[in-house]
Unconditional design. Structure first.
Length: 197
């Protein structure tokens, strides 16, 4: 029992000692009051002087940001307009290039057609000149051949007939008859050859 009383007394002493000691987690009342007074004074100074300056700086920054955004939007609009103009100019240049290509193609076709016409006309002229020259040479050869054949025929006929055919009119008749017979024989041979095919 004595031990129980001792424990109770000790416990009572501990409780009494705890009641007399202040709680370290709770400040004293005067500390709370002065702290509250200092917070109110600092809050008043902050609201009266610092907050308007901070608000002015924030408003100025907001204006600068909004101005920058407006400038960016106007620059973007200008860039869009410049891009649209560039695309229009590019389209116009492509259209112009296509038109020039088409004109060049048409002019090239016209030049080729003109060159072809000139070449055909030149070829026809050359052929015509060649035919005229051939005809002239054929007639010249025919005249020359007639003269030579006439001379040979006259000499041959003189020897066969035994009389002189020096008379020009007579000689001309004999030669013409001989050549006509020769041409008729050649034409008949050519016609027979043509029928045989």
């Amino acid at each position: 029992m004595i031990a129980g009383q001792l424990v109770t007394a000790a416990h009572g002493a501990v409780v009494a000692a705890e009641e007399e000691l202040p709680n370290p987690l709770l400040p004293e009342t005067y500390d709370i009051v002065w702290s509250l007074f200092i917070v109110v004074v600092l809050g008043f100074v902050f609201l009266k002087y610092a907050l308007p300056k901070i608000q002015a700086v924030l408003d100025e920054r907001t204006e600068k940001i909004e101005g920058g955004l407006a400038l960016a939007e106007s620059a973007q609009a200008e860039a869009q307009a410049a891009l649209a103009e560039y695309q229009q100019q590019l389209q116009d240049a492509r259209t112009e290039a296509a038109r020039i290509r088409e004109e060049a193609r048409n002019e090239g076709g016209a030049i080729v057609a003109e060159s072809r016409t000139r070449a055909q006309a030149e070829a026809a002229r050359i052929v015509e000149n060649a035919q005229r020259q051939i005809e002239a040479e054929r007639q010249q050869a025919s005249v020359s051949l007639r003269a030579e054949v006439g001379t040979l025929a006259t000499e041959l006929a003189s020897k066969i007939v035994g009389e002189s055919l020096e008379d020009e009119a007579r000689r001309s008749r004999v030669v013409d008859r001989f050549l006509d017979d020769l041409e008729a024989t050649t034409a008949a041979g050519a016609a027979d050859a043509g029928k045989g095919n």
